[in-house]
Design a protein around this ligand. Structure first.
Ligand SMILES: N[C@@H](CCC(=O)N[C@@H](CS)C(=O)NCC(=O)O)C(=O)O
Length: 222
């Protein structure tokens, strides 16, 4: 059955692999499923066609036969539930892996995104520095809990799972930020060394690079 996902036609992160089609691509690579990508402009994201797929007018979405999904965590859970490779077979370990998907998107990501958003929208406010410090402290405490749980292990549980894939996808938003402690930076690097991550990253980056070369050509007609 053909799988189609949606992604930005031109990613605002300039190919750093932060747009959220990245965890979806990575999960499909981990389980060895081919997929096609429907590229969307910002304007198209907000149109009725795309909103029928994604009510908030965002990427990513996934169409897998008659399964139509939005929300990167739900998509990764679907991929892990459908093909072997990302969720352990035994129920206790599988349930733990699923809990980590939720932990990534509901207990860790919102804190990071709130600080990012403050950086974009509130930087000019007189109280910005105090608020930014507070938001940084909240992230630091939450990440310290993740790090304590990880301990000396390679992955959050006994093996790499969809839970690690989502957690690392979220932590990558802090790459090169001092909030990401050494042990967590090593955890991210371990995951990024997986061949499936590399394939997903380069596929997403290729879209960005081709959007840029298109622009250069358009800007310099012969
Ligand atoms: N919780 C959603 C967030 C999706 C999201 O924020 N997508 C961003 C790109 S990474 C987007 O489409 N932004 C454009 C917009 O919101 O207009 C998920 O994980 O899928």
């Amino acid at each position: 059955m053909a799988i189609e996902i949606t992604a930005f036609e031109s990613s605002p992160d300039r190919g750093q692999g932060l747009a959220r089609d990245m965890p979806v691509r990575w999960a499909l690579e981990e389980v060895g499923q081919d997929y096609s990508v429907r590229l969307q402009s910002f304007a198209a994201l907000k149109g009725a066609d795309h909103r029928a797929r994604q009510p908030f007018g965002q990427i990513p979405t996934l169409q897998d036969g008659d399964v139509a999904l939005f929300e990167s965590g739900a998509i990764v859970l679907h991929i892990g539930s459908t093909w072997p490779g990302l969720l352990p077979a035994g129920l206790p370990a599988r349930a733990r892996a699923i809990a980590w998907i939720f932990a990534a998107v509901s207990s860790v990501e919102p804190l990071i995104v709130e600080r990012e958003t403050a950086g974009y929208l509130e930087r000019d406010q007189a109280w910005f520095d105090a608020r930014n410090a507070l938001l940084g402290d909240r992230i630091r405490r939450r990440l310290s809990d993740v790090s304590v749980h990880l301990g000396a292990r390679d992955w959050l549980e006994d093996e790499f799972t969809a839970g690690d894939l989502m957690m690392v996808s979220v932590l990558r938003r802090l790459k090169n930020d001092s909030l990401l402690s050494e042990p967590l930076a090593r955890y991210v690097a371990r995951a990024e060394a997986r061949p499936a991550f590399g394939r997903a990253f380069h596929a997403q980056k290729a879209v960005f690079l081709s959007s840029q070369s298109g622009r250069t050509l358009a800007a310099t007609p012969s």
